[in-house]
Design a protein around this ligand. Structure first.
Ligand SMILES: Cc1ncc(C[n+]2csc(CCOP(=O)(O)OP(=O)(O)O)c2C)c(N)n1
Ligand code: SF4
Length: 337
């Protein structure tokens, strides 16, 4: 395990040509993951179609994410990317692990490999939920990263099973209606219940914790799953440069608390007290994104963010959902198995 500073100073894995929005949290996550996995061990990525995937495939720079300006001859340094369909990144990562283990058993592969699956929450929690849960259930020795921007971003910002209540998306429009009415899937609990060896909910906004979690995910027994809250500039509708601030606010207000858990050891909720009055107000988080503009508004004179007239009850329901979410995370942290 290397220090945080040492990891942060490693070379960037982005080459010219990535089409991710500038400041996209998916790009910051990939940047960190690329650096952590630059550890001398061959890395194989299985990436499902998502913003992060299509942006590294845009013509004419069809691989805009890799190490060095040209593919490296150094076996342990270069990495492989299996670009695959929307829903299958965990299954292909698992299959790759099986092949690598067989080759190692036969003596044909003499150096270890580390395998990472990456996909969006649309791919992982809708059409791909089966592959996600079965790969975890089979205890495949892979790290699964799910970039949770709460929408199907690259196909037009449609609702996903991770969308926050009341969010305005292209398929839950807040055009005279309250927006999304489905509470999100409890994917953290699902991953634990399916048998994961490690589960975390962390974004690079918690820099050291994120890097440590990725490092740890490469070591633990069984499948490690890291859900990365990924504020989406275009889908959540906020200004460039606010991504990290919004990710920190989301964690601190209790919308997606920073959480790490290991089977047999239990877990921790960080930076997000159980008591609501010790956390920043949910209005601050909602007011930072135009996907909630139908729910809250900022008073021009006082700067105070509060419910729009007629939306007071919706806001209270959302506040209760956040509190239940935080309480659930604390309960999950207490579980050992
Ligand atoms: C079977 C199938 N259905 C639909 C698509 C089209 N498609 C590609 S990516 C995508 C949405 C991806 O959303 P998500 O996984 O959340 O990633 P994001 O774009 O938000 O990063 C869809 C619907 C597809 N590639 N395959
Ligand atoms: S649409 Fe959202 S997730 Fe996709 S690249 Fe832009 S900011 Fe990132």
């Amino acid at each position: 395990m290397s220090g945080y500073k040492e990891t942060a100073l490693k070379e960037s894995c982005f080459r010219p040509g990535s089409t991710l929005c500038p400041g996209c949290m998916e790009s910051v996550a990939f940047q960190n993951i690329g650096r952590v996995t630059d550890n001398g061990i061959k890395t194989i990525f299985s990436i499902g179609t998502s913003c992060a995937e299509v942006s590294t495939l845009a013509f004419p720079n069809v691989v805009a994410w890799g190490r060095g300006d040209v593919p490296s001859d150094d076996y342990g340094k270069s990495f492989a990317i299996i670009h695959n369909v929307f829903e299958s990144a965990p299954t292909l990562a698992e299959a790759t692990r099986d092949v690598a283990d067989q080759l190692t058993h036969l003596g044909a592969l003499q150096r270890p490999v580390q395998i990472i699956s990456a996909s969006g929450d649309g791919g992982a929690f809708s059409i791909g939920l089966r592959t996600l849960l079965h790969t975890i259930h089979r205890r495949a020795r892979v790290t699964i990263v799910v970039l949770v921007n709460e929408i199907f971003a690259n196909t037009g910002f449609q609702y996903s099973p991770a969308t926050m209540p009341y969010a305005d998306t292209s398929t839950t429009p807040a055009d005279g209606t309250p927006g999304n009415l489905n509470p999100p899937l409890d994917y953290i609990h699902l991953a634990m219940a399916a048998g994961a060896g490690m589960v975390a909910q962390l974004s690079p906004a918690h820099g050291k914790m994120f890097v440590k979690a990725i490092e740890r995910s490469l070591e633990v027994e069984g499948t490690a799953v890291i859900f990365v809250p990924a504020p989406c500039i275009s889908g959540w509708k906020f200004e460039d440069g606010q991504t990290v601030e919004i990710a920190q606010m989301g964690a601190r207000t209790g919308v997606f608390p920073a959480f790490t858990w290991e089977r047999g050891k239990g877990g921790t909720v960080k930076d997000c007290p159980l008591a609501a009055d010790q956390r920043p107000s949910i209005e601050e988080f909602l007011g930072s994104q135009r996907r909630f503009a139908h729910l809250v508004a900022k008073d021009r004179e006082t700067g105070r963010i509060s419910a729009r007239p007629g939306r007071e009850e919706d806001l209270e329901r959302l506040r209760s959902w956040v509190q239940e979410n935080v309480e659930r995370m604390y309960r999950l942290a207490e579980m050992k198995q």
